[in-house]
Design a protein around this ligand. Sequence first.
Ligand code: UDP
Ligand code: MG
Length: 307
Amino acid sequence: MKLISIVIPAYNEEGNLDKIREEIDKTFIDLPQYNYEIIFVNDGSRDKTQSILEQMGKDFPTVKYLEFSRNFGHQHAVKAGLDFATGNAVISMDADLQHPPQLIPELVQYWEKGYDIVYTIRKYNKSVSWFKKKTSDFFYKILVTLSDVELEKGSSDFRLLDASVVEVMRQAGESDLFLRGLSKWVGFRQKAISYTAGDRFTGESKYNLKKMLKFAFTGITAFSIKPLYLASYLGFFFSFLSLLYIPYVIFAFINKTEISGWASLIMTVVFFGGLQLIILGILGIYIGKMFKQLKNRPNYIVRSKNF
Ligand code: UDP
Ligand code: MG
């Protein structure tokens, strides 16, 4: 019998754990030809998540858990789940029921048809704020423009990976992990299906504006060095512009029509000062990434597990 592993990262999800386990159990009633295991990854929660998982592990043989020593972030929590999963296919989904377990049979169906990766595209439901929609759309637009990965907007971390793909993903030791990009990047036979995201069952989203911005930067800089070229392009552009300026300066000098020029000087200084800082910042981001990667620390630390 084939085994399907379900990986669920959980950070302060005490109110959702029982519910999602129940929903997954229900789903698999209709898939009797498969065994399944649910791997919860407790990403350093501060609520009752851990004790609930420990109890659940005793009550249900299908439930496994990994406990991180602290919060390492959603992406690494999913990665840890992939590292420890033993299924013929691994499905990753959120703990808050925004990724409907009812979609699992469809994912599995396409997998059985021979697709190695079945990923999902989220359609918005009405309750998603205008702001979140716009920032998310904007993010994907920038990402696609700046990088070489063809990410559809609305991609989420709800996907099924064949064991062969999981094997490849395990080798990725990136400290700035962006699984959505990575799972596109690896290739294989991929299939997209779409779904409408529901509301969180309980609790609040852990992605505030600051985290979303950081995630966006991670996504872009993890898959592209195009921002680094920006400096050169801008440099060429402005050098060219200043070339055009030279005849004017000579003309003004000969005709003695030079003006005092304070305003234009200040403008130029401020403008180029800002530009240089931005570009230094971009360089800094990449150097920071190299720094983090070079130290080669583990990307997550497991404190305990029940298997
Ligand atoms: N999550 C995690 N570590 C974190 C933040 C989030 O493991 O540092 C988990 C969280 O428990 C949930 C999933 O990642 O299962 C998605 O988080 P959330 O629902 O807050 O994000 P959103 O759906 O709002 O994008
Ligand atoms: Mg959510």
